[in-house]
Design a protein around this ligand. Structure first.
Ligand SMILES: *[C@@H]1O[C@H](CO)[C@@H](O)[C@H](O)[C@H]1NC(C)=O
Ligand SMILES: *[C@@H]1O[C@H](CO)[C@@H](O)[C@H](O)[C@H]1NC(C)=O
Ligand SMILES: *[C@@H]1O[C@H](CO)[C@@H](O)[C@H](O)[C@H]1NC(C)=O
Ligand SMILES: *[C@@H]1O[C@H](CO)[C@@H](O)[C@H](O)[C@H]1NC(C)=O
Ligand SMILES: *[C@@H]1O[C@H](CO)[C@@H](O)[C@H](O)[C@H]1NC(C)=O
Ligand SMILES: *[C@@H]1O[C@H](CO)[C@@H](O)[C@H](O)[C@H]1NC(C)=O
Ligand SMILES: *[C@@H]1O[C@H](CO)[C@@H](O)[C@H](O)[C@H]1NC(C)=O
Ligand SMILES: [Zn+2]
Length: 913
């Protein structure tokens, strides 16, 4: 007896803690399915009292009998006594003791005293309140100052993606728990309330004078991160109806002073929706879209169904926008509308596959821009830039897979990197080029219609592609496309394919290995990395670079692989792998083949039919092979000779970028020779352009402006011909109001004038900056000021921007300091300014901005003491933790290059002066 009593006591002691074991899996339990939410939110926009209170009723279907309910809630004060659960047999009992929180995953768990019965539906009701979030997540406050009255107007708007819906109402905040939503908003009647759906009806608030409750129509099955609402007094700049199937009504909300700057976005959005509807053959399902330009926004924009929000600066256009900025905004808009299908209609199951919405949205935005704004040439340029960043970033051993497991909110947020977007876009492009237009569109259309209102993993996309490719007879039915594509999304990095031709038999033997910039080459086998590389090959006698369908595959793991050249290829004719760089790998050829390619580029008036993307990649590959010492830099410099005749933007941008980056690492005589070389290289393109000082207005086409800007900037920097004199002349006339240079050229002229013109010009431009109220114009001045050689003036300006409370002004710090970092005059002092104000920077800027700043900073550092200094100055600043690691890696790469490669580089350069 004694024994059994003691066992009983032990059980008593253990049981409560066992049954209350904290649930700490990173995914919600799957016992309950939320089917519908009824949300009521009352918003108070009193300047000293920015808050909301609400109630949610969730209909829960029991998929597995369970005695607890776990959902997400964060920063919400939940009134426990107000929680109720009805349905099933009777009212469930809930007592105070029964709540449990998990702060890692933001879980809120209710323990019940009876099981919820399988197959039954219950209604869980919760009441909550919170202040509006001050840092642009969840339901947050924003504001603008009225230009006339100087009065501050507050507004409230949501940013739920990726994990912030839980800050606005308790919910099952994971993408696969799609449900319907009835949203009802309460607010003072002077405001406008918006949600995903149109208003159904409004009525007076039961007790608050002049307050209303407005009920919105039911939103169809949607993930929580796409639910949205806003309460504001912005102005509707225009109501526009699309001519698409559902005749979608667009409204466009902005603060009064910005309403006349949104014409482009207002007109573009309905066109984009129409374009995608035609392309995807799936109708946009809603009847209205509100575009809301929020004065403050955590991201550039958010694709919420029916209520797309933008950071105001990304929605308005100005004649003073640089062309790249203008194109960037158009890209953002098109991207958000592609999301209406990729993301909103068909949603990834989990954030590991974020690329499934970001990749296609990025890629299809490019196609939309090419179709709708053909004279802007955006798609091609954006792809060129994505390729550039990809080949650089993914050459680091730290390169991660775009599809990778993420668990807590911070990791989920971390997925939203340019890298995932851009590589995702390149993967879509690879599929497009690989299986061809017909099969690709067939696949996309079937994928979207089969998975409408559902959730997917990347395997679903592969299956659609495979089925369509087989149907169109592009792929053999036995080929496993999914396995091949997984090799590109489930690992980082990319292969270097070595292609060596046997000049007797005409066959080419191929192998692959992962390309690392910082470690030199490692055999693929040793790292375990390999890829399924689709191979297409073009030869000189038949240079059809449109033929991007694979003729065969380099498999993974690789077995000995050879491809046969077309019989007609003569010994003195080259071949090139990867037409249009539709697949993301590098190639190294045998020397004879390289020599023939170089000779064609140098001598053939039409470059032998080799298209721009391939010319760019040939340069990039040779520079990369130089950096890992597989080939001497001589090869790259031999290839650069052809640039004398190059007239396209992308090849110039890439080559100058590659050269400048290494030029920054040289010193002494090597640096001097580098400048001589650059001046020589730039002479021909400079001589083909009109004189900067003679330009009165922009008569040239859009395509030309970017090339002009690039060549003028570089030519003036390296003192080519009369560039500096021309720039000063243009500056004088423009800055005194005698002409109006286009923004892109204004920046070049001002930069040069400030660099060459001493204190007076600096003061003058600083004055212009202070007088200006146009943010893009201020940006131009700010970048130009970064060209100064006068560190005390520059320091003064940097301090001024950093101290400003205005975001437009403090953002200019970044522009100025980054320009300074990339110019040798004051790069060191600019770096000092950054490091000695590091703490202030973390208060002002987001991690994304800090990362990019530190990358620019690290770009020219290569001494051991540089690393030590970075570490010392930034060690205690949490926001710098991740950027710092990347920056240190870069300094290491630079160090290695300086030690191992700069000699070869300089000698090769010397031979080409
Ligand atoms: C705003 O809140 C303050 C303090 O709670 C209160 O005194 C004031 O009357 C409120 N103003 C309005 C317009 O409700
Ligand atoms: C909730 O109940 C399930 C069984 O339905 C159990 O597996 C889980 O551990 C419980 N969670 C908590 C927090 O008690
Ligand atoms: C706003 O959201 C952030 C991010 O989740 C959180 O850290 C902060 O505590 C929230 N509250 C306020 C008032 O800013
Ligand atoms: C949001 O409200 C907080 C106070 O709660 C305030 O400090 C912040 O400036 C407000 N944000 C904006 C953009 O007005
Ligand atoms: C949600 O709203 C629709 C009208 O849009 C209404 O028919 C439906 O009954 C509402 N659902 C609930 C659960 O109240
Ligand atoms: C690939 O082929 C090249 C040239 O034949 C050879 O030098 C290299 O070792 C091979 N690499 C691998 C990983 O087999
Ligand atoms: C800036 O504005 C002031 C006052 O309106 C004016 O006197 C001054 O000339 C302006 N400066 C420049 C450089 O435009
Ligand atoms: Zn996106």
């Amino acid at each position: 007896m004694l024994g059994s009593t003691s066992i009983y006591c032990l059980l008593l002691l253990l049981m409560p803690s066992a049954s209350l074991a904290v649930y700490d899996h990173y995914r919600l339990p799957t016992a309950l399915e939320p089917q519908h939410y009824d949300i009521r939110i009352l918003t108070h926009l009193n300047a000293s009292d920015l808050r909301f209170e609400g109630a949610v009723r969730i209909d829960l279907l029991v998929l597995q009998a369970t005695r607890n309910i776990t959902l997400h809630a964060r920063n919400l004060r939940i009134d426990k006594s107000g929680i109720s659960l009805t349905g099933g047999e009777e009212r469930q009992c809930l007592s105070d003791m029964d709540i449990e929180l998990n702060e890692v995953y933001d879980y809120y768990t209710l323990h019940l005293c009876r099981d919820l019965e399988l197959g039954q539906t219950y209604q869980l009701t919760m009441h909550f309140e919170s202040s509006l979030n001050a840092t642009e997540s969840g339901y947050y406050n924003s504001s603008y100052t009225d230009a006339a009255s100087q009065e501050k107007h507050y507004l409230a708007v949501t940013q739920f993606s990726p994990t912030f819906a839980r800050q606005a109402f308790p919910c099952f905040d994971e993408p696969p728990w799609k449900a319907t939503f009835n949203v009802t908003l309460g607010y003072h009647k002077r405001y406008t309330g918006l949600s995903n759906m149109p208003i159904r009806q409004c009525r007076k608030h039961e007790s608050l004078l002049d307050y209303v409750w407005c009920e919105h129509e039911q939103l169809s099955r949607t993930s929580t991160y796409l639910v949205a609402f806003a309460v504001h007094d912005l102005t509707n700049a225009a109501t526009v109806q699309s001519d698409t199937k559902n005749r979608v009504i667009f409204r466009n909300w902005l603060q009064p002073k910005a309403v006349d700057q949104a014409n482009f976005s207002i007109a573009m959005a309905p066109r984009v929706i129409g374009y995608f509807e035609d392309l995807f053959r799936v109708d946009f399902p809603l009847r209205k879209i509100d575009q809301l330009a929020a004065p403050t926004h955590r991201f550039s924009a958010m694709e919420n169904w029916g209520l797309v929000t933008f950071k105001e600066a990304k929605f308005v256009h100005s004649p003073k926008d640089l062309q790249a900025a203008r194109d960037g905004k158009a890209k953002t808009l098109a991207h958000e509308y592609a999301h209406q299908w990729f993301g909103n209609l068909v949603t990834m199951k989990w954030w590991n596959d974020l690329w499934l919405k970001e990749g296609p949205s990025t890629y299809f935005a490019y196609l939309a821009l090419d179709a709708l704004q053909p004279d802007w040439c955006c798609g091609e340029r954006f792809i060129g830039e994505d390729l550039e960043r990809f080949f650089l970033q993914d050459s680091a051993s730290s390169a991660r897979a775009i599809s990778r497991e993420v668990k807590d909110p911070a990791q989920i947020l971390g997925q939203f990197s340019e890298y995932v977007y851009e590589k995702g876009a390149l993967i879509m492009r690879m599929l497009h080029k690989m299986i061809g237009e017909e099969a690709f569109l067939l696949a996309i259309r079937s994928y979207l219609s089969v998975h409408s209102f559902g959730n997917v993993e990347q395997a679903h996309l592969w299956q659609s592609m495979q089925a369509a490719a087989v149907e169109e007879k592009v792929l053999h039915p036995d080929f496993n496309l999914g396995r091949a594509m997984d090799s590109w999304t489930l690992q980082g990095g990319y292969p270097l394919v070595t292609a060596v031709r046997d000049y007797e038999t005409g066959s080419v033997s191929l192998n692959q290995t992962r390309f690392y910039l910082e470690k030199g080459l490692r055999e693929g086998a040793a790292t375990g990395n390999c890829w399924w590389v689709p191979l297409s090959l073009v030869s000189q006698n038949d240079p059809d670079f449109e033929r991007t369908r694979p003729q065969s595959w380099l498999e993974c793991p690789t077995s000995a692989h050879t491809v046969e050249l077309p019989l007609s290829t003569a010994l003195n004719e080259w071949f090139i792998l990867n037409p249009q760089v539709s697949v993301i790998y590098r190639v190294n050829y045998d020397e004879h083949n390289w020599r023939m390619i170089i000779s064609t580029l140098a001598n053939d008036p039409s470059f032998g039919g080799i298209p721009g993307y391939n010319r760019v990649q040939l340069m990039d590959d040779l520079m990369a092979l130089g950096a890992v010492k597989l080939l001497s830099y001589d090869w790259a410099f031999d290839l650069f000779e052809y640039l004398q005749r190059e007239e396209e933007f992308l090849p110039w941008k890439r080559s100058l970028g590659l050269l400048d980056r290494l030029g920054m690492l040289l010193s002494g005589r090597q640096a001097t020779e580098f400048k001589v070389y650059m001046a020589k290289l730039l002479t021909a393109p400079y001589s083909r352009l009109p004189k900067l000082g003679a330009i009165t207005s922009m008569s040239s086409t859009n395509r030309e402006v970017s090339l002009m800007r690039l060549i003028y900037a570089q030519a003036c920097r390296y003192r080519v011909d009369d560039c500096v004199a021309q720039a000063r002349q243009a500056f004088l006339r423009d800055s005194n109001g005698f002409l109006e240079l286009p923004a892109d050229l204004q920046e070049v002229a001002y930069c040069t004038a400030i660099e060459q013109g001493g204190e007076a010009n600096f003061q003058h431009v600083m004055q212009l900056f202070r007088n200006s109220t146009n943010a893009p114009q201020q940006g131009i001045y700010a970048s130009a000021l970064g060209c100064s050689r006068n560190i005390s003036l520059l320091g003064e300006f940097l301090d001024y921007t950093l101290q400003s409370e205005k975001e437009e002004v403090s953002d200019c710090y970044m522009l100025t300091v980054k320009t300074a970092l990339t110019r040798e005059n004051v790069a060191i002092e600019a770096a000092d300014h950054i490091l000695s104000h590091a703490k202030r920077l973390t208060e002002k800027f987001k991690k994304r901005q800090l990362t990019s700043l530190l990358q620019t900073l690290a770009g020219n550092l290569h001494r051991p003491e540089d690393s030590a200094r970075l570490k010392e100055q930034l060690k205690d600043l949490k926001q710098f933790e991740e950027p710092l690691q990347k920056a240190l890696d870069m300094v290491k790469v630079n160090q290695q290059w300086q030690r191992d490669c700069s000699g070869d580089f300089s000698q090769a350069l010397g031979r080409h002066i």
